[in-house]
Structure formats: C-alpha cells, structure tokens
Ligand binder design. Structure first.
Ligand code: AHM
Ligand code: MG
Length: 340
C-alpha cells in the first residue's frame, strides 16, 4: 500500500502572503503583508475564544454578570475589540469600519497606515449560542492618493478592494483569502498555531445543485425570486435541469458562502416587500463575499447589477445579494430580466 507521510514542506498563510508580496516585486512595500498578519492573529484569537465560549461564560447577552459578579462581554463585542486593537496596533490602517460600531474609527496619526479595513468581527450572531458555525468577514481598501484617511476612502465600490476574506469558526477554523489573484483556503493547525494551505486556488463549479435562501421569508419575496425558486424546485425538461435542487441554509453567511464556493450552487438574501434593501451589509458582508466569489470564477449580483460596482453612500448600507456558480446566477438574472 502507498504510504502517506506527513508533509515536511508546509505552506503557511504567512509564507503564502510573503510569496504574493514577492510576486509584486518592488511595487509591494510589505505593508499589506503586515496587515494580513495582524488579521490572521485576530482570527486565531477569536477562534480560541469561540472554542471556549461556553466554558468561560462568553455566550449570552453583553451586560450579563457571571457567577464571580464580573461583567461578561458578548462574544461579538469581544471579537470587535480584538480586531480594533490589533488593527490599530499594526500601524498599517487609517480607517476601520465594523458592524459593531456605529461610527468609523479614524486611526490617530501615531498609528496611521495606508489601509482601510471593513469587517464584521463575528457574523451569524443568531448561531453563536447554539454552537453552529460563525465567522469573521473582512475587506481591505487602500486610501486614495493624497488622502489622510476618511470615510470617503471606504465609500467606494467593492471592485476597489485590494483584498478580502473570511474566517469560518467551525469544526476547524478556515481562513479563505483573495488578494486579487485567485482564492486560497487555509485551515488552522491548532498544534502549530498556524493556518496551513489546504484549499489552493478554489474554483467554484460552473453549476451546482444546492440553493441557500431563507425561504421563511417567501411571503415577502418579489416575483423574480419566487419564479427562480420555483424553477429549481419544480424543474422542467426545457430548462435542461432534471432533478430539483437541494436546500441548505445555515443562517451564517460565512458558512453558507463557504459551502457555495466549494460545492457550487447559489446563495441568496434578496430584498423583499419588508426589507427594501435586503438584510446584508454592503461593505463588510456583500462586497468581500462578492469579491471572493468572482475571484473563484463565480458571479455576484443584486439581481439587476453587479454587486462590486455599487457605490455605497453610507458605511452600514445594505444590498440584496445573490452569489455562486456562474450558470446558476445567470438563471436568476434571467428571472429578473423577464420582469424588467
Ligand atoms: P448578523 O450580522 O446579525 O449576524 O446577521 C447576518 C446574518 C448572515 O450571516 C446570514 O446570512 C443572515 O444574517 C441570516 O439572516 P436570517 O436569519 O434572516 O436568515
Ligand atoms: Mg453580520
């Protein structure tokens, strides 16, 4: 039998990022490398806290008191603090936007760098207390030429991002990253404390057979979405689809998108009769995930336009999201065109 020896040449995330930096040659200053190192540290730190959350009383609402009478921080508040502290300390950031903070953080001159990071420190909050997968989502912009770093530097289309990624805290911690040159996935080796390249050059299948929507909102959905869902649940021969799609919906965007990248299919959070712009946030949910999906060869749309082309006007703005396999997203777009 063939022997499987452990690899003695591990590609860690740090090694991968350095290789990316070297690929850019003299154009790269190493600042992005340092910033990505700070981000990977926050992911390890958050992963550790997620793992021991139940034991040290991190679940539940912020403001609760534990048996020792100490105030407990909710896991998402703690994750936010971890990220703000590490990103500021990296000396590479100028503006931070977090789902947890009403206002953008403008970094003081002493710590200022040239990057802006938009992030959701712990997405999938409804799943936290049940121990279901949750994750961190982030996107990175570079401040514009001559800018000191203001919110204008992040009120830009997602296509301007220089990198985006997420870390999923599941049965293992998985960090998926793109710096504009494809998508790579890393798994945290807890013994080493390093993210190891386990999913090189992720490419989303051209077509999948899974759909991922919160169909509990069906009564509010607009007609194009209803038509599309019917077409995959009751396929007709003329569409060339023979069997109906499977439904998978975790309710954690990171987990639902992670599965979509690996297995293919379509993830959707539409706008509907109740929520005019849907639920997901443009800057730190829709843009990073759209960026990764496109980098993996898939598509991301609002139904009528490419997500990465949208120009946000406020930092916490929302937009409808449909992303996944090219052929599946094209079918969805056709349903919108039929109603235009
Ligand atoms: P959150 O930022 O409050 O955690 O909400 C975002 C989450 C996404 O992870 C997920 O895709 C969506 O909300 C699920 O929403 P719903 O429960 O309405 O299906
Ligand atoms: Mg969120």
């Amino acid at each position: 039998a063939e022997e499987h020896l452990p690899s003695t040449d591990l590609i860690t995330l740090t090694r991968h990022i350095l290789a990316e930096q070297n690929r850019l040659g003299s154009r790269a200053t190493g600042d992005l490398t340092m910033l990505l190192n700070a981000i990977q540290l926050t992911s390890k730190f958050i992963a550790t806290n997620v793992r021991k959350a139940r034991l040290i009383n991190l679940v539940g609402m912020a403001g609760e008191t534990n048996v020792q009478g100490e105030e407990q921080k909710k896991l998402d508040v703690l994750s936010n603090d971890i990220m703000v502290n590490a990103l500021r300390a990296s000396g590479k950031t100028a503006v931070l936007v977090s789902e947890e903070l009403e206002e953008a953080v403008i970094i003081e001159p002493r710590h200022k760098g040239k990057y802006c990071v938009v992030f959701d420190p712990l997405d999938g909050s409804s799943n936290i207390d049940a121990g279901v997968n949750i994750g961190t989502i982030f996107g990175i912009y570079q401040i514009e030429e001559g800018s000191e770093g203001t919110i204008k530097d992040v009120l830009r289309p997602g296509s301007h991002m220089v990198a985006a990624g997420y870390t999923m805290y599941g049965s293992s911690a998985n960090l998926v990253l793109s710096t504009g040159n494809g998508v790579n996935g890393f798994t945290l080796d807890n013994g080493l404390g390093e993210f190891i390249l386990t999913h090189p050059d992720i490419k989303i299948p051209e077509r999948g057979k899974i759909y991922s929507f919160n169909e509990g909102n069906s009564m509010y959905f607009h007609q194009p979405v209803i038509d599309y869902l019917n077409s995959i649940k009751y396929p007709s021969q003329e569409h060339g689809k023979k069997s109906p799609y499977s439904a998978r919906y975790i309710g954690s965007m990171v987990a639902d998108v992670h599965r979509t990248l690996l297995y293919g299919g379509i993830f959707g959070y539409p706008d509907d009769k109740k929520s005019k712009n849907g639920k997901l946030r443009m800057l730190y949910e829709a843009f990073p995930m759209a960026y990764l999906t496109e980098q993996a060869g898939g598509m991301a749309t609002t139904g009528t336009k490419r997500i990465l082309d949208i120009h946000p006007t406020e930092i916490h703005a929302r937009c409808p999201v449909f992303l996944g396999s090219k052929e599946d997203v094209k079918d969805l777009i056709k349903c919108y065109e039929a109603h235009a």
